[in-house]
Design a binder for this molecule. Structure first.
Ligand code: HEC
Ligand code: HEC
Ligand code: HEC
Ligand code: HEC
Ligand code: HEC
Length: 436
């Protein structure tokens, strides 16, 4: 009898716990000390103390300012998708720590935390709050101002503001592009937005020239540069810049901030500088540069059936494709068409990370593309099928339509766009035997 009571009690505790988890789901990540506190601007250089705005920096560095204005970093606060999502998610303070990281950008100041995971901040008044600066999101000072100095890699001691030299420019990205969440009750390979972890896990996977040649057969399409022309151990960034891959390097700036030689200020000396572009999911050209894909038709064991194979490879991004928030995904539509262009058969596949959020956070499946690992999809064609052609369309989605609806995001910009399309005539059945 006692044993039975114990079991009932145990089940009750478990049910209550799970129910509580459904009502109050777990926080996705741990608020790490890296970003738990806003960037302290009290010791800002005297030259800039009254005005930390991007426009102020831009008065001397106009080219950098013009580039930054075109980026999602400059919209990290005003971005309508962020604003909708943030409000849907109870307007939590923690989001401000990366989307508006300077203390002056936050209407209330973090003075401490009530909980161990730091999701429950103690907030006080902030007399220095600057709403104009808040609208600049990830502004210049968010990356460049540390301990009252302007950080950079050039070491230019003659600048009118104090400069602190850092060795590795990628250090700058780590504050906001890595979130961690290792604890007993979370079960995932990568933390959400695990760009850095993805790069680490994909290193050492660079294929040999032979493997590239084989891959090239599957995805040769129009005038793509043959894969085997790329040298092993080297990767080609978006700017065409070739660099040797070292495990200590994350390469974020090499791909996201292309190299350009120019002066820092008008009429200044020439330096190797990096363009402040940070293209990603919002830029079709950038996403297209990450992938190679193509259709091939092959025979099968049976003379009555042939097979169409679509192969897609991430050759351009060191992390997974897609990376970033788990909202991002690709869809692959593979279809057979008849002589009138009507669809005979169609399949859709998602390249996506699927996470169970409650009652525990569990990585269910991850069909995204690690670098250099091809994914293939097949369609079988019968001898007497009406199909005369095969077509594939790949689209990139910033977020799913269902999620857009759920959070009430009224987008004015498209939330999905095409990144690859190919149509190919099938071999007529009569010639199939001969070509085999
Ligand atoms: C009054 C003009 C002026 C203003 C305002 C100004 N800078 Fe500069 N900055 C310079 C000059 C001049 C240099 C040195 C250029 C050279 O030596 O070629 C420089 C150098 C730099 C460097 C290179 C540091 C290194 O050694 O790597 C960075 C980064 C930088 N500025 C960022 C900023 C940011 C961010 C702001 C705004 C918060 C800002 N600057 C505001 C004039 C200015
Ligand atoms: C202070 C925090 C912060 C730092 C530091 C930072 N980022 Fe970001 N980054 C963000 C936020 C926030 C967004 C998303 C903004 C949005 O979409 O609303 C973002 C977006 C991006 C995007 C996606 C663009 C797109 O189209 O979706 C890229 C690429 C990127 N950052 C690269 C970098 C690189 C490279 C560095 C280092 C040089 C860096 N970031 C440093 C906060 C930061
Ligand atoms: C998301 C982070 C980020 C933001 C925001 C940002 N920068 Fe930079 N900036 C960097 C990094 C990283 C470097 C070092 C690039 C390198 O390796 O040369 C850099 C370098 C520079 C340099 C020195 C030239 C060079 O490329 O080394 C200047 C000048 C500069 N930034 C000005 C600005 C100005 C002005 C703004 C705002 C309009 C701004 N930055 C916003 C990350 C950022
Ligand atoms: C070899 C080149 C390469 C390297 C290295 C690289 N990226 Fe990317 N990145 C890309 C390409 C190409 C895309 C567009 C395709 C995609 O979204 O995966 C991209 C996309 C992104 C996005 C967009 C995600 C979104 O939500 O829109 C972010 C954020 C990002 N990268 C951050 C980083 C960070 C941080 C690093 C370093 C830790 C890094 N990347 C290193 C090439 C690179
Ligand atoms: C550790 C820093 C960090 C924190 C904290 C953070 N974000 Fe972000 N957020 C980013 C970065 C970096 C990106 C862009 C890269 C990516 O796609 O993951 C981003 C992208 C986004 C996007 C996609 C925007 C777009 O234009 O597609 C949304 C929405 C978003 N964040 C909402 C939130 C909300 C809501 C919170 C608070 C619960 C939050 N973020 C907290 C760093 C952060």
């Amino acid at each position: 009898m006692k044993k039975k009571n114990l079991i009932i009690l145990g089940v009750l505790v478990l049910v209550t716990f799970l129910a509580w988890r459904f009502v109050r789901p777990m926080n996705i990540f741990i608020v790490d000390d890296r970003f738990a506190w806003p960037v302290d601007t009290t010791d800002a250089p005297t030259l800039l103390n009254d005005n930390l705005s991007a426009a102020e920096c831009g008065s001397c560095h106009p080219a950098f300012y013009a580039e930054w204005q075109t980026t999602i970093h400059s919209q990290a606060w005003t971005d309508p998708y962020f604003q909708t999502d943030w409000k849907f998610d109870d307007s939590q303070h923690v989001c401000r720590l990366c989307h508006t990281p300077l203390d002056r950008q936050q209407p209330r100041k973090v003075q401490g935390y009530r909980d161990k995971d730091k999701w429950d901040p103690i907030l006080g008044d902030n007399p220095d709050f600057d709403p104009v600066l808040q609208h600049e999101g990830v502004t210049c000072a968010a990356c460049h101002l540390r301990d009252g100095k302007i950080v950079g890699v050039q070491g230019l001691v003659n600048a009118p503001h104090p400069v602190k030299k850092i060795e590795d420019p990628n250090q700058v990205c780590v504050r906001c592009h890595v979130v961690e969440g290792e604890r007993w009750d979370t079960f995932f390979r990568f933390p959400p937005c695990g760009t850095v972890a993805e790069i680490k896990s994909s290193q050492g996977e660079v294929p040999t020239p032979g493997e590239r040649l084989q891959l090239n057969r599957l995805i040769s399409f129009e005038e793509q540069v043959p894969l085997d022309k790329m040298t092993t151990g080297q990767i080609i960034g978006r700017s065409g810049e070739v660099r040797v891959e070292k495990s200590s390097e994350l390469g974020c700036v090499q791909c996201h901030m292309p190299l350009v030689r120019r002066p820092l200020v008008e009429g200044g000396e020439m330096h190797d500088t990096r363009r402040h572009l940070w293209r990603g999911g919002h830029d079709p050209t950038m996403v297209k540069s990450a992938l190679r894909a193509g259709l091939v038709e092959e025979s099968t064991d049976s003379p009555d059936r042939r097979r169409v194979t679509f192969t897609i490879v991430n050759t351009g991004a060191a992390h997974y494709l897609p990376t970033g928030t788990p909202d991002r995904h690709l869809s692959v539509q593979l279809r057979l068409l008849d002589s009138h262009g009507e669809v005979v058969e169609q399949e859709e596949h998602l390249i996506k990370r699927t996470i169970l959020w409650r009652p525990f956070i569990i990585d269910l499946w991850d069909t995204r593309l690690p670098r250099w690992q091809p994914h293939s999809y097949h369609l079988e064609v019968n001898r007497n099928s009406k199909a005369v052609a095969v077509e594939v369309v790949v689209r990139y989605h910033l977020l799913a339509e269902s999620r857009r609806k759920r959070i009430g995001y009224e987008n004015t910009q498209p939330i999905a766009y095409e990144v690859f399309r190919q149509r190919r005539a099938l071999q007529p059945p009569s010639t199939q035997q001969e070509t085999e």
